[in-house]
Write a protein that binds this ligand. Structure first.
Ligand SMILES: *[C@@H]1O[C@H](CO)[C@@H](O)[C@H](O)[C@H]1NC(C)=O
Length: 397
């Protein structure tokens, strides 16, 4: 396959020491001192129809209700909490709800919180008043300290509708506090890992479900001609589930599809060199963006995340497979031309591989990228085959 120009070449460290410092300015709302106002629950009423698949004797339910009624969980302003411990130690009939998330069947559905977010909260006050504004989109960068000036310029292009999350591959996090904005963003640090390694571990769809769009970007993008809000508007206008900004320069190092077109707002298809595309609706002529600066809708990400392999950390080959996640892919994957970025090609982590068998660190990383691509393609093809053969055997055709 021809063009091998990819974004930052990154190699995982052999070291198993994984340092994960999630510096969240404020920890999760784990404030158990229930000195809250009485509006919260003056009385707890029993939900009559908890969709339980277990046979719970009606007598048991009645006993439970009666016991709840006898323990008025009144929170009064002066004394703080009253009777909370009584309710906390009440005997609860057996619950088992098969439609609950796996592993949580014993919980009443009303208490289950299966999704999360990266909102930073306070340790005091009303939880409902913690946030002045809930960011709607999530922007992640995989960064090293040396690229701080580029990132400083980049974050300015995103309004307060965007939450920023930095993945640090060089272990340097506190130094970023020289930037005022750094104190309001989330920092995750694990040495010498790649963007897709972090994405698989920290951007589970249930964790980022609060965000309509998720940016998974490299650190070396020149962002002078880019604006986050305008970008999102165009993505929505054209109904793109997976997108990227057009790339400059048009120096022949990149795929035709991802090059910025000066005459367009957005494009979904392109022409490659003769013979490169078996079908004009398939990669690399359509249904395709590169892995250096993709933007996913919440739904597309829910699918793509599942396709990322834990051990194939460079993500090579993923770009050709993104089309598996949206339908029709040639209409829902596209490149935004009027908000574009410059690929500066600074392979920061690429130089952090290790020399091996006479190969330079850069070359050992590059070799792994290529073999990961082959391995990923093989796994995907085998998975297709196994599934489709299975259908045939089961007479579903
Ligand atoms: C970050 O960028 C802003 C301009 O966008 C600039 O004023 C500021 O000095 C930069 N901060 C540092 C520490 O370089």
């Amino acid at each position: 396959m021809g063009i091998m120009q990819r974004s930052s070449i990154k190699r995982p460290n052999d070291s198993t020491r994984i340092l994960v410092t999630a510096i969240m300015g404020i920890a999760f709302g784990f404030f158990v001192g229930i000195s809250i106002s009485s509006t919260h629950f003056t009385k707890i009423s029993l939900l009559s129809s908890v969709g339980s698949s277990f046979d719970v004797p009606v007598a048991e339910i009645d006993r439970f209700s009666a016991e709840v009624d006898r323990s008025p969980a009144v929170i009064d302003e002066s004394s703080g909490t009253k009777n909370l411990e009584t309710l906390g130690s009440i005997r609860v009939p057996k619950i088992f709800v098969t439609s609950n998330p796996r592993g949580a069947e014993r919980l009443p559905p009303g208490i289950i919180v299966s999704e999360s977010d990266f909102y930073l909260r306070r340790l005091w006050g009303e939880p409902s008043e913690d946030l002045k504004k809930k960011p709607k989109y999530l922007v992640t960068f995989t960064v090293g300290y040396e690229q701080r000036h580029n990132i400083n310029a980049t974050v300015k292009k995103f309004s307060d509708d965007f939450a920023i999350l930095l993945f640090h591959y060089d272990g340097r996090t506190s130094e970023w506090d020289q930037f005022e904005w750094s104190k309001n963003v989330i920092h995750i640090s694990a040495r010498k890992q790649t963007k897709w390694w972090y994405a698989k571990r920290f951007l589970h769809p249930d964790i980022v479900s609060a965000y309509e769009y998720i940016f998974i970007w490299d650190e070396d993008l020149g962002i002078e001609h880019f604006n986050g809000d305008k970008y999102i508007n165009l993505v929505k206008k054209h109904g793109l589930e997976i997108s990227q900004p057009g790339l400059e320069p048009n120096n022949g190092l990149t795929w035709e599809m991802t090059k910025r077109r000066g005459d367009k707002e957005v494009h979904m298809t392109t022409e490659e060199k003769p013979g490169w595309c078996s079908d004009p609706h398939l990669p690399p002529c359509a249904a395709f963006v590169e892995i250096m600066a993709p933007v996913f809708s919440r739904n597309a990400w829910r699918c793509v995340w599942h396709m990322i392999q834990n051990d194939l950390v460079h993500g090579w080959g993923l770009d050709f497979a993104l089309r598996r996640c949206v339908e029709p892919a040639h209409e829902k994957i596209g490149v935004i031309d009027s908000q574009w970025v410059v690929h500066q090609v600074i392979p920061t982590l690429g130089r952090q591989g290790e020399a091996e068998k006479g190969k330079s660190p850069f070359d050992t990383v590059r070799a792994r990228c290529r073999s990961e691509w082959a391995e990923f393609q093989l796994r995907l093809t085998n998975a297709d085959k196994a599934y489709l053969e299975g259908l045939k055997r089961n007479g579903r055709f």
